[in-house]
Write a protein that binds this ligand. Structure first.
Ligand code: HGY
Ligand code: MN
Ligand code: MN
Ligand code: MN
Length: 410
């Protein structure tokens, strides 16, 4: 077994997987060759730690450390930790993997100190947390929590038009079992996710580790704009129905409507123009919108205003628009009791809210859930600039180990 108890060394082992030479950073889309390599690596690492590894019908990996002497099937009061291995396009190397490697390192530490488990421990890896391939964030944890219709999931398609079911089948999973394994939640008595901080809260506090307080509400929408394709030179301006002009108005509206609400966040990070020729008036345009705010009502109000603005711009241009909600997560306040329990192991740890969504945010609706954040000196994330210092990574493993020991032995 490699890199015993050392999350930095474990990260170094996967640093070459999914490097995106064109964008910089990493592109590790769910069920892509890069993410499947990471899954294989995780399976080897877990097996080397004598964990019983399995992948359920949702594509979630579970690496189990069972209570000695207990029936292996009896996992009714398990503690689960873990995160995701998929990334955004051109993302950093810590968002997701840090939680997974820290969990493996914590298992080493717990074994080293001869802990006697009173309940099972699982390290979990959730697929499609970023929603970068199929559009719905936290897809795996939503399936586990029963928070998304499995039939809808099977039909989701990626940029190339391939469905989740097809891609999952190619990766060796049985699409018919998507959504089948919701009974696992009955086994989980707490879920704790460690994650690199996506922001500068710990930098400003000059602390290595924090507990999570809340995740602000966030949603994703797809705006489809239908125009009329034509020749860039042969078409008079007055005769055009140009969807890209409507897209420009919609993008500006996302910015203005978010700025008008205190501390709301509105982003268009992805735009597609079809067919995409310099001398071609587009026939259609697609843009994907991400809106976030502490108040669910504010998020919904902003997207309603953006929709109305887009409809006005489309009417003026003779285009048609369709706004479709892809996923929505209400504001999540993490479990106070669990956090208080964790404080026993982490006296004085600060509590920070976050604007980033996580699998823990989905699972918090169905099981006691908590998060640990590890300082990110740049505060940047979803970019190659995302980072965490070696000492803080080690402090994160110390904290996770202390919390897990506390939870596993009480
Ligand atoms: O989008 C998010 O907030 C998360 O990083 N998936
Ligand atoms: Mn993440
Ligand atoms: Mn992310
Ligand atoms: Mn021509």
């Amino acid at each position: 077994m490699s890199a015993h108890g050392d999350a930095n060394a474990l990260l170094a082992e996967i640093a070459h997987i999914g490097v995106d030479a064109e964008r910089g950073g990493y592109t590790r889309l769910v069920f892509s060759p890069a993410e499947l390599m990471l899954r294989d690596w995780f399976t080897q690492q877990a097996a080397a730690r004598r964990l019983d590894v399995e992948t359920d019908g949702n594509g979630i990996m579970w690496a189990w450390w069972d209570v000695p002497g207990r029936d292996p099937g009896d996992r009714h009061d398990a503690i689960v930790t873990g995160s995701h291995l998929d990334s955004v396009p051109g993302g950093g190397g810590f968002d997701g993997p840090l939680g997974v490697v820290s969990a493996l390192a914590a298992v080493d530490r717990l074994r080293n100190c001869g802990v006697t488990l009173r309940r099972p421990l699982a390290v979990a890896v959730f697929p499609e947390e970023e929603g970068s391939r199929f559009g719905v964030a936290c897809l795996g944890s939503r399936l586990l929590a029963g928070a998304v219709d499995p039939e809808r999931v099977r039909r989701l398609s990626d940029e190339s038009g391939r469905s989740y079911a097809e891609v999952a089948a190619d990766a060796g999973f049985d699409p018919a079992r998507i959504g089948a394994d919701t009974d696992r939640l009955a086994e989980v008595s707490a879920f704790v996710e460690l994650h690199v901080e996506q922001g500068r809260g710990l930098v400003d506090l000059d602390r290595p580790v924090a507990l999570a307080g809340a995740i602000i509400a966030h949603g994703r929408w797809h705006l489809r704009i239908e125009g009329r394709g034509d020749h860039a030179g042969a078409t008079r301006m007055a005769d055009r129905q140009d969807p890209v002009v409507v897209a420009a108005d919609a993008i500006r509206s996302v910015r203005e409507r978010a700025l008008a609400v205190d501390d709301a966040r509105g982003t268009v990070g992805r735009l597609k123009v079809t067919p995409g020729g310099t001398n071609v008036i587009a026939s259609s345009a697609d843009l994907w919108i991400d809106v976030r705010h502490r108040s669910e009502e504010a998020v919904r109000r902003i997207i309603a205003e953006v929709t109305a603005d887009a409809e006005r711009a489309a009417a003026a241009e003779g285009c048609a628009v369709v706004m479709t909600e892809q996923s929505f997560s209400p504001t999540v306040a993490f479990d106070e009791d669990l956090r208080a329990l964790m404080r026993g192991a982490l006296p004085g740890a600060p509590v920070l809210d976050t604007g980033a969504g996580h699998d823990a945010g989905v699972l918090a609706a169905v099981v006691p859930t908590a998060m640990l954040f590890v300082r990110n000196p740049t505060g940047a994330s979803h970019t190659p600039a995302e980072t965490a210092g070696a000492a803080d990574v080690a402090a994160g493993v110390d904290a996770l180990t202390a919390v897990l020991e506390h939870l596993l032995t009480r």
